[in-house]
Design a binder for this molecule. Structure first.
Ligand code: ZN
Length: 309
């Protein structure tokens, strides 16, 4: 069965300025490499706007309105120390969350096996009422709650291998026994959350911080020993990947030493669990990744793995 790609040009138009690490060139590079012949088999859909109803499963209306009101008519506006809005950013943020909901719909209806959403702004640092770390709406969490509300799924897992801890997703899932969040991330590193003792109100959160200069061996061990067994035990109805590639050795934002093959290995491990637990349902959502060459190379390999190539 096919793999679906969901994004929108507005996600490229979201302009954070040339000097910002989370800039349009990231998504331009991804879309360029996904034009290769291998990817002609991908199903492709344009991301719609997330509806208010979809957003409000995670964010209160007051926050959504605050964000949309902050979108400038020209120039740039900072809604947080790191998070910049341009005139196109409202559109991009709505479509980024909408992409994940569309991907969830297609996977849950059995139209495709799995899906990848290369979108920006990213989402995993966004808390219910707070933009943070380049993130506006928590795209992965919005997709998770959409799957439960619209498709009758009970349990959704988000697995986050971005080099930064997804404080936002953890915050949103903390009290919900039917949502599972697991993360590997560099520690110490901004945002400095994600200690092993942060386990959620229902033991539904697993954090495995990795010391500076940890590589693929440490990542695979953390996944194999701590995260994958807990994920199997949770028995998810859908797996969402918070797919950042900033733990790659070439990335300038942090100091982990993952290689492309480590992400491929982890993708295949999650697909195997999804095959056993939930008919292969996986939705992967782009988070970070700031070395353009590494980002493009990791994306090619990750999407090929999703396609079973
Ligand atoms: Zn990151």
């Amino acid at each position: 069965m096919a793999t679906l790609l969901v994004t929108h040009h507005a996600c490229i138009d979201h302009d954070t300025g040339d000097l910002h690490p989370e800039n349009s060139d990231r998504l331009r590079a991804i879309m360029r490499v996904l034009e290769a012949e291998d990817f002609m088999m991908l199903h492709r859909e344009e991301a719609p706007h997330a509806t208010r109803e979809q957003l409000m499963r995670v964010h209160p209306l007051s926050y959504i309105e605050r964000v949309m009101d902050a979108v400038p008519h020209d120039g740039h506006h900072h809604i947080d120390g790191d998070t910049v809005l341009s005139p196109e950013s409202g559109e991009a943020a709505l479509r980024a969350a909408g992409a994940v909901c569309t991907a969830v719909d297609a996977v849950c209806k059995g139209e495709v096996r799995n899906a990848f959403c290369p979108v920006r702004p990213p989402g995993h640092h966004a808390e219910r009422e707070m933009a943070m770390g380049f993130c506006v709406f928590n795209n992965a969490a919005i997709g998770a709650y959409h799957a439960r509300a619209e498709h009758g799924l009970k349990r959704v897992a988000v697995i986050d291998w971005d080099v930064h801890h997804g404080n936002g997703t953890q915050h949103i899932f903390w009290d919900d026994p039917d949502m599972f969040y697991a993360s590997t991330h560099q520690f110490p590193q901004w945002p400095n959350s994600g200690a092993p003792a942060e386990t959620g109100a229902h033991d539904n959160i697993v954090n495995v911080p990795l010391p500076v200069r940890s590589g693929g061996d440490e990542f695979r061990q953390a996944m194999s020993d701590e995260i994958l067994p807990r994920l199997r035990e949770f028995d998810p109805d859908l797996i969402i990947i918070s797919c950042g590639f900033d733990a790659h050795a070439s990335d300038p934002m942090a100091y982990l030493l993952f290689q492309v093959q480590d992400f491929v290995w982890a993708t295949k491990e999650l697909m195997a669990i999804a095959d056993d637990c939930c008919e292969g349902r996986v939705v992967s959502v782009l988070e970070g990744g700031y070395d353009i060459r590494a980002l493009a190379g990791c994306t090619v390999a990750h999407v090929r793995a999703l396609m079973g190539l």
